[in-house]
Design a protein around this ligand. Structure first.
Ligand SMILES: NC(=O)c1ccc[n+]([C@@H]2O[C@H](COP(=O)([O-])OP(=O)(O)OC[C@H]3O[C@@H](n4cnc5c(N)ncnc54)[C@H](O)[C@@H]3O)[C@@H](O)[C@H]2O)c1
Length: 259
């Protein structure tokens, strides 16, 4: 039996990488998907794949940094599918990762915080309003870089913020009797467009192959992750298999943070 039959899941940044894989895996387990992205055609591409496989999905243009767009997206979800059961706050940017601290413009810092942290706050707020009577699961995509340093000030601070925002939401919902679980996921390096783009900022690395080899070295398991490694964690946290988990950190990192 499908693990998420009758449920509706909203995935931000669902047009690429981890968001795309998560949308496809959740739909494969019977959830109706609302795939949102600032890049609407990318979101629609994910929806096309889900529909080709017999799943149910719609795409919506959605800049997660805009409060009014959050309200519209959640209202459309409720109108189209009748409930919001799972929210995956996945959209994110690497921004200033790799730049020397002394060179980061404040506006660039704010841009990273706005997408990676402010938007997760807004998403949690909207999800609590939509789910507080019916229940649900909020899954925030943080990073190993929300646990250890090394990715640059803004990215580290934003992902560390997501880690504790998640715990705060979990405690708030529990204390108020809302049947909402909220957990964070902390992926190691996954070879997606976000990571490939960092090649231009890393000193002494000339090519994507060199970057990949350097990153593999840091994962005791001996490889980088693939998007499905994380999507399977999203499925676990979305489903009743994780019904005793809230405020937790699911680290899926090939051993990166074990060293
Ligand atoms: N790839 C990794 O190694 C890795 C590791 C740890 C955490 N993460 C996190 O996983 C998440 C997904 O990363 P990815 O590697 O799949 O990246 P990606 O670049 O492949 O996909 C990110 C998606 O987010 C969308 N997006 C960007 N800004 C947006 C905005 N303002 N509003 C809505 N959508 C927006 C992009 O259009 C894109 O489709 C991010 O939060 C990232 O920080 C990634």
């Amino acid at each position: 039996m499908a693990k998420l039959g009758g449920k509706t899941a909203l995935v931000t940044g669902g047009g690429s990488g981890l968001g795309e894989a998560s949308s496809e895996i959740l739909a494969g387990e019977g959830a109706s998907l609302v795939v949102t992205d600032v890049n609407e055609s990318a979101a629609q591409h994910t929806v096309d794949i889900i529909r080709q496989r017999g799943g149910s999905a719609i795409s919506l243009a959605h800049d997660v940094t805009k409060k009014d767009e959050w309200s519209k997206v959640v209202q459309t979800t409720l109108r189209e599918f009748g409930s919001l059961d799972v929210l995956v706050n996945n959209a994110g940017v690497s921004g200033t990762s790799g730049l020397p601290m002394e060179d980061i413009e404040f506006e660039a810092w704010r841009e990273v915080m706005s997408v990676n942290l402010d938007a997760v706050f807004m998403g949690c707020q909207e999800a609590i309003i939509a789910m507080k009577d019916t229940g649900g699961s909020i899954i925030n995509i943080s990073s190993i870089m929300g646990i250890v340093g090394g990715a640059g000030a803004a990215y580290n601070a934003s992902k560390g913020g997501v880690r504790l925002l998640t715990k705060s939401v979990a405690v708030y919902c529990g204390n108020n009797g809302y049947p909402i679980r909220c957990n964070s996921i902390h992926p190691g390096y996954i070879w997606t467009p976000m990571v490939r783009n960092v090649v231009d900022f890393v000193p002494d690395v000339e090519s994507e192959e060199e970057l990949q080899a350097m990153l593999i070295e840091r994962h005791p398991i001996g490889r980088l992750g693939v998007p499905d490694d994380i999507a399977n964690g999203v499925l676990f946290l979305a489903s009743d298999a994780s019904s005793f988990m809230t405020g937790s950190e699911l680290v899926i990192d090939g051993g990166y943070t074990a060293v």
